[in-house]
Design a protein around this ligand. Structure first.
Ligand code: UN1
Length: 513
């Protein structure tokens, strides 16, 4: 049995967290406000993890002003140098990886390895951004006019707002922030109020590096509720870009407010990710891929596998083996070694799990395994991972429920599988398990997966930071993290330069003055 109290004490001490933590950082911590605070409870055992103060409008304004000033200085620093600061941050996160991972586990209930993985994801994107500091490039384009050059430059945008969700309380922030900072922006962070402690722990580490490096405060933090801080950010014309991760409903609201002022958004909203398992799949890989996708983070990833569409030729065998694997998966305290499925974030998530199962059953679904609250652990936040055999076009399978519920479908032809796959409003991640080249290329073609992420023989979950992350349809269309996602954090200028002795006009227009 792990000694939770000891772990808490040690982690808090080393990360300089207390029972009452300030929640606003703008180069220095703003004092704990007595007026309003967020209470954090661990989903592991319901115990009190302390309080985080909530930003007032004044705190918010002051932070934006400071970040604006920092931007002016920081955007003048050469890209490779900016990248080197991010490297130092990554080095420091690496040194504190174990402790930070523990905070993630304590606060949002991730298993130890997944908590560590979350921090590793920050470290990775930091090193990626370091290299990127030397690769902020634009195209040179052939001009139609003699003695002319046509090219483009990507300049920093200003202050980028990042609103992050509880399930990846620091990694998704870093995808946005490290890339944005490397292209020359400053960043204001509004974390989920369910994961405010992680944000304070991360800023404690980063703040120290910034001080040592004598760097202007380019990373600000304003904890608070979405209805207050989120709204302020969305309406604030000083914030040219808002990156939001969360529900479709809130994303739609934020997006409307930001676009009303012609601001830009990067939206990473819901996923309803599907895996197609062909009769030509390697059964072991498919079982592990679907199992990991559906069970990791207790089904609380945007990339979690929520539907599996299996060829009728192997359906029964696959079903049997998957049920067997589910029965073996250990549920419980996520800090215990060997546990695969930790708690859901809170009692509301448990209610949503129960409601979804009820709806599925009333729509004709059959519970094959799981379906109940897991009573062996006291807090009530633990649920049994569930597989539901779907019947026909069940409405509930079109919704994203943040819980370990997997809907199982059977297909006859690949076209039929693809239709089921693409029949949901969301379009984040997808996977196909097959060893047939024709099948995989069909899946990756314009008639195939309609998602932003399409994987072959690996899970819908667990993307690497090197690729662009995001999806289509109700997922919102944004791209973050790797590849050329950095461009979204810049403004592009197109430049035409005439180095000749005449003034020829484009399109052959003559204009004799
Ligand atoms: C999310 O759930 O919002 O691909 C992000 C994955 C992780 C990130 C998930 N690397 O599962």
């Amino acid at each position: 049995m792990v000694d939770l109290e000891r772990i808490k004490k040690e982690t808090f001490e080393k990360l300089e967290l207390s029972h009452r933590n300030p929640g606003v950082y703008n180069g220095k911590w703003e004092n704990f406000s007595e007026k309003d605070s967020i209470s954090i409870r661990s989903p592991i055992d319901g115990s009190d993890l302390g309080q985080i103060s909530v930003a007032t409008q004044e705190n918010y304004d002051k932070t934006v002003k400071i970040l604006k000033k920092s931007f002016e200085e920081w955007s003048q620093v050469p890209g490779p140098k900016r990248g080197m600061l991010i490297k130092k941050i990554s080095d420091s996160l690496d040194k504190n990886k174990e402790l930070l991972g523990r905070i993630v586990s304590l606060e949002v209930g991730k298993t130890s390895v997944e908590g560590q993985g979350e921090i590793q994801e920050m470290i990775d994107v930091g090193y990626f951004a370091t290299g990127m500091g030397r690769q902020i490039y634009g195209n040179t384009i052939a001009s139609e006019r003699p003695n002319h050059v046509l090219y483009e430059k990507f300049l920093p945008l200003g202050i980028v707002g990042v609103i992050s969700a509880f399930n990846f309380p620091s990694a998704v922030w870093s995808w946005n922030s490290f890339v944005a900072a490397t292209v020359g922006d400053s960043v204001i962070w509004k974390p989920s109020s369910k994961a405010a402690l992680t944000s304070v722990a991360v800023m404690n580490i980063i703040g120290r590096v910034m001080e040592e490096e004598n760097c202007p405060p380019i990373f600000g933090l304003v904890n608070g509720r979405g209805s207050m801080v989120g709204e302020l950010l969305a309406k604030d014309t000083r914030i040219p870009l808002v990156s939001f991760t969360g529900s479709v409903k809130t994303g739609r609201h934020i997006s409307t407010m930001v676009s009303e002022r012609f601001g830009r958004t990067i939206l990473e909203l819901g996923g309803n990710n599907c895996a197609i398992v062909s009769e030509k799949a390697d059964m072991n890989i498919a079982l592990k891929g679907v199992g990991f996708g559906a069970l990791a983070t207790a089904g609380q990833r945007c990339t979690s596998t929520r539907r599996a569409v299996v060829s009728e030729k192997i359906y029964e065998k696959f079903k049997e083996k998957l049920i067997e694997a589910y029965r073996k998966a250990r549920i419980g305290n996520p800090l215990e070694p060997g546990v695969l499925v930790g708690p859901l974030i809170d009692s509301e998530a448990v209610r949503n799990y129960e409601k979804a199962i009820e709806k599925a059953v009333s729509q004709g679904g059959k519970v094959l395994v799981g379906g109940k609250i897991f009573n062996e652990v006291q807090t009530g936040n633990y649920v049994e991972p569930t597989i539901i055999e779907a019947k026909g076009d069940m409405e509930i399978t079109k919704e994203e429920t943040f819980a370990p519920i997997l809907y199982l479908f059977k297909y006859r032809t690949l076209e039929e599988a693809m239709e089921i796959h693409n029949s949901v409003p969301q379009g984040l991640s997808s996977a196909m398990f097959t060893t047939d080249l024709r099948e995989e290329e069909f899946f990756l073609s314009s008639r195939g997966s309609d998602c932003g992420i399409a994987n072959i023989n690996t899970s819908t979950a667990g993307a690497e930071i090197g690729g662009a992350f995001g999806g289509e349809k109700d997922t919102g269309g944004g791209r973050e993290s790797g590849s050329d996602a950095w461009k979204a954090y810049t403004r592009r200028i197109t430049i035409t330069k005439n180095y000749g002795k005449e003034l020829p006009l484009s399109q052959g227009v003559k204009f004799e003055l």
